[in-house]
Design a protein around this ligand. Sequence first.
Ligand code: UTP
Length: 551
Amino acid sequence: MHTINNITDLIQFLNRIGQGHLVENIYNFTEEEQNEFLQQVNRLNKSYPGGLEQYTKSARVFLKNSTENINPYERFTPSVPIGEKINFSSYEEVEYLESIGREELNQTAFVLVAGGLGERLQYNGIKIGIEFELTTGQTFLNYYLDFIKAFNEKAELAIMTSDDTYNLTMKLLEDNNYYDFPKDQIIILKQEKVPAMIDNEARLAQMPGSLLIETKPHGNGDVHTLLFQRQLPQRWMRQGKKWIVVFQDTNPLVFRALPSALAVSKTKNLEVNSLTIPRKPGEAIGAICKLTKGDQKLTINVEYNQIGSLVPKEPVDKYGYSIFPGNVNCIVFSIEEYNSTLQKTQGLIKEFVNPKYTDSTKTKFKSSCRLECMYEEYPKLLENDSRVGITQVSRAFCFSTVKNDIKTASQKYQQNLGPESASTCEQDLYSMNRVILKLVGVEVESSNVPEYEFQGIKLNLSPQIILKPSLGVTLAEIKQNIKNNKITISKNSSVVFDGETFKEENGSYEIDGQFNIPLQYQSKSKYRSFIEIDENAPQHLQIRGYDINRN
Ligand code: UTP
């Protein structure tokens, strides 16, 4: 796309692509404002393949399909995708897979998609900077980097940011000295926003009182194009890497499932492997389905509100779960095939549009909309889908996110839906860690009934257990680092275990109270309970509705 150099050419260009309304009043604005607008148009033309002309052309088609209610999966028959189920119910079951996956982790690169604003959470800051557990006060990013370093000291992490998150991500990293992760192994990408549209003709929206076009996030599907443009898959192949793991900003549990998922990628020779969980019919998470229509085959995430158009009633297993697995949105790609697909397609993911209309005539939008894309739509770039599959893991070992503000979370909880809040995520982390310790032979006392209630959400938060990745990233490693010590942990305990905790063999530890808690998080009382907060408490506490007792 060539650069537009002056206002006359700009007016001509916008008229030609059907966006003349943007420049109707251009001469009412100062020369400086006109130039700022010219530069914005040039930037938008450059950042989107085919520029604004292609963007609006595609948008008109999507908007037309949307008004005509065209179902993209018309006449496709869904079935269960290939893959493997792991229950995490016994040490032996997991140990075997983890031993295979552990090797593969040495040949894995990581990609974190962190360009989202998190509007639903109403947190004024970036999500990866949230202190997600109060026992050590660590942030999501700290936890992710510790895991990746423990997987492999040479592993690289690419973080996709956006205009909304770039500055704060850099600040978080710099303020914390990159959490002791090698700085040159972190690669920062930044996605650009795309123009917003005001009607079915894809006329672009303007900022009030300005010439500038309103822009909105394009969705996390940009990650593939950015990886392609930065040639990262090629770089990682040169380093001998075989896999890329793409994960999201607020799901800490997923790291415990990754060794097993990599084992499934390897043993089943999967090109694309999505982590999934058992999902109740109607539950608001996408399902990975294998769709077939004649010779056409596509294994893809189907949004929960589209499943109804494929099957009138979702078939269930004997436990009442849908036979279609729920998508966790953590995907393992085999690099070699991924790279060759990107070379052919530039990683350009099929977009969609999601306008909210004022009424059934579908002529007016409630607010401007834009084209969006999602990285889980990647299988649509493949010609042959025979090696796209899933690794199904129990929810307790791979899925608990922080997406909703506390009020919404509370409403969801009352309706028996997943609250996906900061409080339930913290609870689920402790709970997973308790089960892990039990699986390796530690005696952990815990209660089956929730002991706390904050903002209408009942929580089971004790004992609080943090297992640092340095203790081990597989059950076998954890067992080895515990060194035959006999450990019992009472319900009223706050515990941090890391690679340094157990120096001696065959000792005995009866933990009842605080154990190995960092100084600044210790309290004077033996057991640190959770307490109500008032409206002056910091934001990371407001989003969960409680604090830990620090007195
Ligand atoms: P979410 O579904 O959590 O959306 O994104 P969000 O935009 O962050 O939050 P809401 O909807 O405003 O509340 C899933 C993942 O995709 C990333 C997010 O950072 C998160 O890891 N994402 C989302 C991007 O990287 N870019 C985007 O444009 C949107």
